[in-house]
Design a binder for this molecule. Structure first.
Ligand SMILES: N[C@@H](CCC(=O)N[C@@H](CS)C(=O)NCC(=O)O)C(=O)O
Length: 343
């Protein structure tokens, strides 16, 4: 089996000498309460396809859990190792997603647009009755979960994108996206020394600022969890396992920054965050798929994950994790991350 990816967005830059550039999501239809793009919010109609390795897809996993959308929006988890046809359902019996009946996510892309030339990416939402991809717009999917899927939210779901705080949330997310979420990729896939060094400076310059911001406040914006925390978390949780080594973001480890490490552990231990994370999938994907930057495909044994479960003491800063709401219930039985992926 080939361990290289298809014309993927995350992996291509390392092979040419062009700067890493993230492509825009091609399918940007939105699933909304009023169905204006032809895709109304409807329980049981759509399937969320993720890889637990992927930080962009993991945003959707966290948000879906926090909002209690699990029974309304079913979940397909792809094998963390893509082959030359990209994401596939080899973790499922017979190598097929049991609901969509397909072996490769590309089949849903093709059902939507024949011979689509771009990369096949997760997260993706597929319309179950027609088998067609609806959206792979990772920036919009979670915002729509928070604001358009409200009729299907669980009782006690938090407001992850409160109107009064949107400007501040957007501003914080924008700089974190540029310098941190995507910054680690720019460092990891840099094809020139100068490009790598610039990205490295961006990553740690921003993390230092974020660490200062979080020194005396529990969450990034306001006093409760928001979309901004979800987006920072999905990068922080991967930091020591893959970005520090594989992407050469190695000035320091997350675990060496007192504030960020406590913040990340606080979120990890909050229901809806850590229970979506599979460290095994994360390491397998990055180290085995990106053969341009790790040609041997050897997956490191470390780091020791036991620290993730240690006390963080962030509750002393106050804050109300779920605002007026409450924590989500247990993970649905079929979605529990196996012990191999947990600390
Ligand atoms: N949809 C977005 C972002 C999502 C994304 O990049 N996901 C990665 C996984 S982390 C992916 O599926 N990449 C496809 C590939 O590398 O083949 C894009 O097109 O840039």
């Amino acid at each position: 089996m080939s361990a290289t990816t298809s014309a993927g967005t995350d992996s291509n830059a390392a092979y040419g000498h062009k700067a890493f550039k993230r492509s825009r999501s091609h399918f940007a239809d939105r699933i909304t309460a009023d169905g204006r793009d032809g895709w109304p919010v409807e329980a049981g109609r759509y399937r969320l396809v993720v890889s637990r390795a992927c930080p962009w897809a993991s945003r959707a996993l966290v948000s879906r859990r926090l909002l209690g959308l699990e029974s309304a929006l079913s979940l397909a988890v792809a094998d963390p190792i893509q082959d030359d046809r990209s994401w596939r359902f080899t973790l499922d019996e017979g190598g097929r997603d049991p609901v969509l009946g397909i072996s490769y996510l590309s089949e849903a892309y093709n059902a939507r647009e024949r011979d689509y030339p771009g990369g096949v990416s997760v997260p993706a939402i597929v319309d179950v009755p027609s088998g067609r991809l609806v959206t792979n717009d990772f920036q919009q999917i979670t915002l729509d979960f928070a604001t358009e899927w409200t009729a299907l939210h669980r009782q006690g779901a938090p407001d992850l994108y409160p109107e009064a705080l949107r400007d501040e949330i957007d501003e914080v997310m924008q700089s974190i996206y540029r310098d941190v979420n995507n910054g680690v990729y720019r460092a990891g896939f840099a094809a020139q020394q100068s490009e790598y060094e610039a990205a490295y400076q961006d990553v740690f310059g921003r993390l230092d600022l974020v660490s200062e911001r979080l020194a005396d406040r529990r969450y990034l914006v306001g006093e409760s969890l928001t979309e901004a925390d979800i987006r920072l978390f999905t990068t922080l949780v991967r930091f020591d396992a893959v970005y520090h080594g594989h992407f050469k973001c190695n000035r320091s480890k997350l675990a060496e920054d007192r504030v960020l490490w406590a913040y990340a552990r606080d979120l990890y231990q909050t229901p809806g965050f850590g229970d979506t994370v599979d460290f095994h999938h994360i390491k397998q994907h990055y180290y085995r798929v990106h053969t341009g930057i790790n040609p041997t495909g050897i997956v490191p044994v470390g780091p020791d994950l036991s620290g993730w479960l240690t006390p963080h003491h962030r509750e002393e800063l106050g804050g109300r994790p779920f605002g007026d709401g409450s924590a989500p219930g247990p993970v649905p039985p079929g979605e529990v991350v196996p012990p191999s992926g947990r600390p």
